[in-house]
Design a protein around this ligand. Structure first.
Ligand code: SAM
Length: 228
């Protein structure tokens, strides 16, 4: 096939072959069927998935899921949906769900871009969280950064009116890039932008990658973007 007809997809992640602990492996075997949702290019019925109708928060790239599980248990009146590709992280989060008896959290193990494009219904979400996306600091890798105009369009499709997209990063150059994308977006307005030292996270708990950034002297930028 010619490259023009079938351009290679540039993804925002590379699959790391991280080792699963025996507990994470058990979680994937036994808990995934209960709390996991298989990817399918068909509209997901959120009411059926959660067994109720409630505002839904979608977290992209939840890492080990500590922050996601914490938010879900603090806000039982909301439904939480997380997407991640890193299997040990998914296993870790499943173990949290089990240990804390969290009833309002479901996980997807797939590329978030395809989930946004093909699986989530239009205007089905109340909020999207993107915390500390992979920064891809080298210039030749910038094309892998998940935040770009197409990503903002995909988020806009699935967010309802009055909803928000939250983003945080500790990489100065990525923050500049995100600012540019926001200014150019016709779907989002910056409701709040906060630069801090990890002490003023915007409507979220601190995250693992945030702590890593702080340890190497990075500042944090949080955005709250209103869907317009
Ligand atoms: C730098 S880590 C941040 C993890 C967590 N949010 C935190 O703040 O600690 C970024 C995560 O996003 C995941 N990721 C990157 N691109 C993704 C995509 N397209 N779909 C799903 N997960 C993705 C990676 O596997 C990785 O675990």
């Amino acid at each position: 096939m010619t490259a023009g007809k079938n351009p290679r997809t540039v993804r925002s992640f590379v699959r790391r072959t991280g080792r699963l602990t025996p507990a994470q492996q058990r979680a994937l075997d036994e808990l995934w069927p209960k709390f996991g949702i298989e990817f399918a290019p068909a509209q997901l019925d959120l009411e059926r998935t959660f067994g109720r109708r409630a505002p839904c928060v979608f977290e992209i790239g939840f890492g080990n899921g500590e922050t996601l599980a914490e938010q879900a248990s603090l806000n039982p009146e909301r439904n939480y949906l997380g997407v991640e590709v890193h299997e040990p992280g998914i296993g870790h989060c499943l173990l949290k769900i089990e240990a804390q008896g969290i009833a309002n959290l479901r996980l997807l193990r797939h590329d978030a871009i395809e989930v946004l494009k093909d699986q989530l219904p239009e205007q089905s979400l109340d909020r999207i969280n993107l915390y500390f996306p992979d920064p891809w600091p080298k210039k030749r890798h910038h094309k892998r950064r998940i935040v770009n105009a197409a990503f903002l369009d995909l988020c806009a499709r699935v967010l309802g009116l009055g909803s928000h997209l939250h983003i945080a990063t500790d990489w100065e150059n990525y923050a500049e890039h995100i600012d540019e994308q926001i200014v150019q977006s016709t779907n989002f307005r910056c409701a709040e932008r906060r630069k801090h030292n990890g002490d003023q996270p915007l409507e979220r708990p601190n995250t693992k990658f945030e702590q890593r950034g702080l340890k190497i002297g990075h500042k944090i930028v949080d955005w709250k973007l209103a869907r317009i």
